[in-house]
Design a binder for this molecule. Structure first.
Ligand code: RB5
Length: 152
């Protein structure tokens, strides 16, 4: 399947809904396309694994190159997304962690906490992640090892 390099896949649960809407407006402002795989409207009973899996699957199957996921803390949706081989979802709390997630971990999914990260900070984190580049070298060996957990 052809990767959609232009677009970022996005997904959030109810706790990430508000920040996700802000992120969509921000991406539009900076000219980055996206596809939103969240529920069509705010539903306080929805479950973060459903949306984490949906977006992570779209990356694992090659439909998208990268994604942004949001739940309340960013923790649950990270755990869900990282169950897919080839998905490297990194919960980032600052521009520095986002830059490192790209440089060292080649993170193809940025995760934000809707209840823990303010909208203006989220914009700065997104900028750092989008601008970041994988450093390669010794980090390639380590990133390759992530897909080879012993005994699995
Ligand atoms: C939902 O209340 C909350 O548990 C979820 O968004 C997330 O923070 C889980 O890790």
């Amino acid at each position: 399947m052809k990767q959609n390099e232009e677009k970022v896949v996005i997904a959030a649960d109810h706790a990430g809904y508000e920040l996700k809407e802000h992120v969509k407006a921000y991406l539009t402002r900076i000219g980055i396309g996206f596809e939103d795989m969240s529920a069509p409207q705010l539903d306080p009973s929805d479950d973060y694994p459903v949306f984490g899996f949906k977006a992570a699957k779209a990356i694992a199957d090659g439909s998208f190159k990268q994604g942004i996921l949001i739940c309340g803390t960013g923790i649950g949706i990270s755990i869900a997304a990282n169950r897919y081989r080839g998905v490297r979802a990194a919960l980032c709390i600052s521009p520095d962690t986002a830059r490192m997630a790209r440089e060292h971990n080649n993170a193809n999914v940025l995760v934000l906490g809707g209840r823990t990260t303010a909208p203006q900070m989220a914009e700065k984190i997104i900028d750092a992640w989008l601008d970041g580049n994988f450093a390669g070298g010794r980090h390639s060996r380590r990133v390759d090892l992530l897909d080879k957990p012993p005994g699995v």
